[in-house]
Design a protein around this ligand. Structure first.
Ligand code: GZL
Length: 322
């Protein structure tokens, strides 16, 4: 027969075991907790990307913690640190720029929280700091823009002067859409990039930069190569205000293939938009669940995309999802 104190000790141990089991089970029974640090809300593409992530989390029964960094890296790092402190199951983010992530990713690794990159890539010396990267091949997107130019100007005389509207400085899409173009046109001396400046992926930025380029180069500009539809739409406004016809006097090459891009193409003001799908939510939720369950996942998951010349815009528009 156990004495009173022995019974008390046994009771305490059973309660402690119960709490532990319950917390383990309650955690297992709880939803997957995913902390997502978004770049911001700078473009139509980003809005569609955020919508895809939020709706997919709901559909997948994932408890999503979401933050908007207003395109500032320090805000994304703060958000990742807060997810580490909250002990979320998985962290995911779309890195606003390629560099500067090692310290905070080492903290996530030390906390045994897996990290998934979506949309944009990062440059790190140790790629064990992230588990997977789900996103487009921006270099190939740039090559597609360059190949469209080569086809469009087949047989034409040079010079063909290009004004380039770059995306966020240091971001993977800006670096690679530029490099992909160069890869294709570098051996064709008709093409010359006479101006190149960042509009930070926003409509206002695209308009501002285009106004300045038109002041400096005017009708010397034959092509605008814009790293996204939002900046291209801003540039189109500036071109029209300068009394020129976008899509005719100045050829417009753009990226994303958003609704705004399709509307500009159907109005004859944009010549082509290279697709870059923001609909990464379903793949992210599926990958997060596999990672949380300790399953292996591909390090690199490339989204499937195509190119929409203006001639195909009207037929394709009704089935577009963003
Ligand atoms: C590309 C994405 C870019 C889009 C822009 O995957 O990172 O950021 O091209 C967006 O529209 O702002």
């Amino acid at each position: 027969m156990m004495n009173k104190s022995g019974t008390r000790v046994l009771a305490t141990l059973m309660v402690a075991a119960g709490v532990m089991l319950c917390s383990t089970f309650s955690h297992a029974a709880d939803k997957l907790v995913l902390g997502f640090a978004q770049v911001g809300a700078e473009s139509e593409w980003r809005t569609a990307n955020t919508e895809s992530i939020k709706s997919s989390a709901k559909e997948a029964g994932v408890d999503l913690k979401f933050s908007d960094a207003q395109q500032k890296q320090e805000n994304q790092i703060k958000a990742i640190r807060s997810y580490i402190a909250q002990k979320v199951d998985v962290i995911a983010f779309s890195p606003v720029v390629e560099s500067g992530w090692e310290p905070v990713l080492r903290e996530a690794k030390a906390a045994k929280i897996p990290v998934i990159l979506t949309d944009r890539a990062i440059k790190v010396s140790d790629d064990s700091l992230y588990t997977a990267f789900i996103g487009s091949d921006f270099l190939e997107e740039g090559r597609r823009g360059g190949r469209w130019l080569e086809d469009h100007y087949k047989g034409a005389q040079g010079p063909i002067n290009i004004a380039e509207l770059q995306g966020t400085v240091g971001s993977a899409p800006a670096i690679d859409r530029h490099n992909g173009l160069i890869e294709v046109i570098k051996s064709d001396d008709r093409f010359k990039i006479i101006a190149s400046q960042s509009g930070d992926f926003t409509r206002a930025g695209g308009k501002q930069v285009m106004e300045a380029m038109l002041k400096s180069y005017g009708k010397q500009i034959q092509v605008v190569y814009s790293h996204n539809d939002d900046m291209a739409i801003g540039a189109i406004q500036a071109i029209e205000e300068a009394g020129l016809k976008p899509g005719k006097d100045i050829v417009i090459v753009s990226f994303d293939a958003t609704k705004g891009g399709f509307q500009a193409m159907m109005a004859g003001k944009m010549n082509v938009s290279v697709e870059c799908s923001p609909l990464l939510g379903p793949q992210l939720m599926e990958t997060a669940k596999l990672v949380a369950a300790g399953k292996s996942v591909p390090k690199r998951i490339v989204t499937k995309e195509t190119v929409f010349p203006m001639e195909t815009a009207a037929a394709a528009f009704p089935s577009r999802k963003y």
